[in-house]
Design a protein around this ligand. Structure first.
Ligand code: MSP
Length: 509
């Protein structure tokens, strides 16, 4: 059976990983872990994009070679994945031979079949975006849009991929397939395709840029970085070998909104079509994080170091915030205050409180194991009905990539568990000798424990470590599959719970 194959964009290795990179990996990891919990066998790829002008420029500014720079940065990206508990199965660097060999094979094949040809180009070139730009893109005052940075006029011979010849096929493909998630972004692609699409310049003369994969048919040129980078998605899974079919077609390429058009939605499907490979099944496109309302930027210092943050508050707390706060597809704002607000309210007070209350009371009243829940009155019936609704809604939310909503609903259920505890007040019941009160006490703690066990299953994709800890405190194995785990049961009957634990320490002021 084919694996569920999911990828992130590969990050430019021209600086340390930042919050945007961290978010994309967390989001992809949540999907990967969710699919594993459904029983899928998952292959999860991430990596870094090492060639091209951006990397060269940074290296030059630092007085290093591009190779030295990327070799220094690569371990930081790998370390970030480890620190954030990212469950990737592979990490690709575009300087690896396994990647370069596939890029060369594809280039040669396309050249031999006339899909790549040599031509002359005279026009404008954006140094920052490493792409050619058109006269019509100028602002009204004649300047170039800010995103292009410095724009220079050049004339040179280059190699072109016959991108334009795939336009009609692509439009048809997009009309017939829900390719981009969320759907409103697919319209952006179709909008772009309303204008004629030019052939794509896929080479850079070495005289201008030497850091890249040399064209197999002309040693004076290297490959354009996007043509090189996109191929990582197939070079990493053994394009050209029998292994390839185990993973391709990819289920989701997870990318940010800035790299949807034209790279992932136009170049990539056309490149695949040209080599006779099926298009990706879908692109999952997320919005951008801003920091305190401002664009993240090295120069203004509006940056958050995700690794440092995870070190201070725990990887799971950061994963929770990123997943809870951003509705996939929309932009979001990150501030220390917003983060601490959620940390305190949702994690420390709501979830943390429930766990410590339960462990305290169970340790005191049922040190030899929880007793059975024997009473069902209104509060118990409401609690169970609340779980039924929560389960249904959360499963739908996960399926629709509404992870913020899955968490919101799971935490609403956790709130209802705390409310139930307030109503039954087991700390008072524990002081009573009456038979009914003793039964109610046993019922309350059994229900709180069972409710926590259920909610905890839904925390697993987002907070894997915390979820495993909670499972351990309830005397259960880590949640590996949702099947058979989401029904209200009495499986904790007789269970001895773990000792007092603080899952979310109060941050130091
Ligand atoms: N190297 C290319 C991608 C090649 S994929 C074949 C690239 N690299 S990048 O480092 O600039 O961006 C990598 C990913 O991080 C992109 O999906 C981008 O959208 C995402 N983010 C970069 N900044 C971001 C935010 N501020 N917020 C959220 N994600 C953002 O593009």
């Amino acid at each position: 059976m084919k694996n569920f194959y999911i990828t992130t964009a590969i990050d430019y290795a021209n600086g340390a990983p930042h919050l945007g990179h961290a978010y994309e990996k967390v989001l992809t990891d949540v999907v990967a872990r969710y699919r594993r919990l459904l029983g899928d066998s998952v292959h999860f790829l991430t990596g870094i994009d090492e060639h091209g002008q951006k990397v060269t420029q940074t290296a030059e500014a630092l007085g290093k070679t591009s190779e030295e720079l990327t070799n220094e940065l690569a371990p930081l990206f790998v370390a970030m994945c480890e620190k954030l508990n990212i469950s990737n199965d592979d990490f690709i660097r575009t300087t690896e031979e396994r990647h370069k060999a596939v890029v060369r094979t594809i280039l040669q094949d396309l050249f031999d079949r006339g899909e790549i040809y040599k031509g002359s180009y005279k026009g404008f070139y954006s140094v920052r975006q490493e792409q050619f730009v058109l006269e019509k893109e100028r602002n009204e005052d004649g300047s170039w849009p800010e995103i292009y940075g410095e724009v220079v006029e050049i004339e040179e011979e280059n190699y072109f991929f016959k991108l334009g010849s795939y336009q009609e096929w692509l439009i048809q493909f997009l009309k017939e397939n829900a390719f981009v998630v969320p759907a409103f972004r697919q319209k952006q692609v179709l909008e772009f395709l309303k204008e004629p699409v030019n052939d794509l310049c896929i080479s850079r003369p070495k005289s201008r840029l030497s850091w890249g994969i040399e064209l197999p048919f002309d040693s004076d040129y290297v490959t354009y970085v996007w043509f090189d980078a996109l191929i990582n998605y197939i070079s990493a899974i053994g394009y050209g070998t029998d292994d390839f079919e185990k993973n391709w077609p990819v289920d989701f390429h997870v990318i940010g909104k800035d790299i949807l058009v034209p790279s992932h939605s136009v170049y990539w499907p056309a490149m695949l079509k040209a080599i006779g490979v099926e298009p990706p099944k879908a692109l999952l496109v997320h919005g951008w994080w801003h920091i305190g309302g401002a664009k993240m930027s090295k120069s203004t210092g509006t940056k958050i170091d995700p690794v440092e943050f995870a070190g201070t508050y725990g990887a799971d707390a950061l994963r929770y915030f990123l997943t809870r706060e951003m509705s996939v597809g929309q932009d979001s704002d990150f501030t220390q205050e917003l983060f601490l607000g959620r940390y305190n309210a949702d994690l420390a007070n709501n979830l943390g409180n429930l766990v410590s209350r339960l462990l305290n009371m169970a340790g005191r009243s049922f040190p030899d194991g929880l007793a059975a829940a024997t009473i069902t009155e209104d509060p118990e019936a409401e609690l169970k009905a609340g779980w039924e609704k929560c389960r249904e809604e959360v499963l739908v939310a996960y399926e629709q990539f509404q992870f913020h909503s899955a968490l919101e609903k799971t935490f609403a259920f956790i709130t209802s568990l705390n409310r139930y505890a307030e109503i039954r007040a087991p700390w008072k019941l524990a002081k009573s000798e009456e038979e009914k009160d003793q039964q109610l006490l046993a019922t309350t703690l059994a229900n709180l424990a069972e409710g926590l066990r259920l909610a905890n299953a839904f925390l697993k994709p987002v907070m894997p470590d915390i979820s495993d800890k909670i499972s351990g405190l309830l005397g259960q194995d880590p949640v590996e599959l949702w099947e058979g785990q989401l029904e209200w049961s009495d499986r904790l009957n007789g269970q001895v719970l773990g000792g007092k634990t603080i899952l979310f320490p109060r941050p130091e002021a």
